[in-house]
Design a protein around this ligand. Structure first.
Ligand SMILES: [Zn+2]
Length: 334
């Protein structure tokens, strides 16, 4: 409670701990009326101008790609070109990981969130899995893998042209290392997978469980990393085991979520699909997916991760997942 102009004003802060990672978030729904201080509506005209101004020299646009695209070393046995539909995989010119490739998702440079279709994503994922297969054949010890997206600048994208980032390595990212540690500890103690137990609990409580589609469970996390985060849990831990039906349905749901984000005025987001290229963790782990909006684009937008999130690894949110359950439940009703 705080004194304010002679009156006492009280704020309700909810502190939640993620049941898998143990990390805390702070949720202050009292501040939803002061939303403008933290997140303003997207300036779509500014989004358009960012897209147009970057198009001329975009290395992912087809006219520049033929001249400038880097090639994979031939001894990796990666098909050349590695492509399907509009999607094409190229090595990352500025790698940030042991094996780091980029999937250009669309021919067009100017793509708004609701123009990223299930087919774009499906073709991108099919290519990603072929890339994973080639890397796995050449580097069997590199079995930590992920498929990632930064959409627009607040999410960390250097270019607005939609593209996936593929990471493969013999060491996990810090987040995957933490997940694996918790997954193994749980399976050794209870002889089952922690994600399956979480799904079971969420189904029982029916406050955040969205649905099951082709064996993939969709939930709102109890303790999200950002407002409107959605997660999915696959039945396997091994990317190389994914079936076409699972990929197809998954991608159409992701495109529906992204369209819904745009309807909510959200213009920037990240996603990560994290798993393995082996069967070593089949008893403990699952492929998991998370999609999280980032700050909207408007003039002089503030970053949504301040000292609390960046240096102290504690996210600050306005909405609890139960507040936005109804918005996303509709995707799974049809
Ligand atoms: Zn482009």
């Amino acid at each position: 409670m705080l004194p304010h102009s002679g009156n006492i004003v009280s704020y309700r802060l909810l502190i939640r701990k993620d049941p898998i990672t143990g990390q805390s978030v702070v949720i202050s729904s009292s501040l939803s009326e002061k939303m403008d201080l933290f997140i303003r509506k997207t300036d779509w005209k500014l989004v358009e101008s960012l897209m147009y101004s970057s198009a001329k020299k975009c290395p992912f646009c087809i006219k520049n790609l033929t001249l400038e695209a880097p090639k994979f070393p031939r001894n990796l046995g990666i098909p050349e070109p590695l492509s399907k539909g509009e999607a094409i995989v190229i090595p990352n010119l500025y790698p940030q990981w042991e094996h780091h490739a980029v999937v250009i998702l669309t021919k067009d440079h100017f793509i708004l969130p609701n123009q990223i279709t299930g087919q774009h994503l499906r073709d991108g994922l099919v290519c990603s899995l072929k890339y994973f297969k080639s890397i796995h054949q050449n580097f069997p010890e590199s079995y930590f893998a992920s498929i990632n997206l930064n959409y627009l600048h607040p999410a960390g994208a250097t270019l607005p042209h939609p593209h996936l980032q593929l990471l493969v390595s013999s060491i996990p990212t810090n987040h995957q290392k933490l997940l694996l540690k918790r997954e193994i500890k749980f399976s050794e103690k209870y002889r089952k997978r922690i994600w399956e137990e979480l799904v079971f609990e969420e189904q029982k409580r029916n406050q955040r469980y969205l649905g099951n589609s082709s064996g993939v469970h969709w939930i709102l996390p109890y303790s999200p990393l950002g407002d409107y985060e959605i997660r999915a849990i696959f039945p396997t831990s091994n990317f190389l085991d994914l079936k076409e039906e699972e990929i197809e349905t998954f991608c159409y749901i992701v495109s529906n979520i992204i369209s819904k984000y745009q309807k909510l005025g959200i213009s920037s987001f990240n996603f990560s699909l994290i798993g393995y290229l082996c069967t070593k963790f089949e008893k403990s782990s699952n492929i998991t997916f998370s999609i999280v909006p980032r700050q909207n684009i408007y003039e002089n937008y503030r970053n949504d991760i301040n000292f609390l999130g960046f240096l102290q690894n504690t996210r600050f949110l306005i909405y609890s997942p139960e507040d936005y359950f109804c918005i996303f439940q509709t995707i799974f009703e049809s």
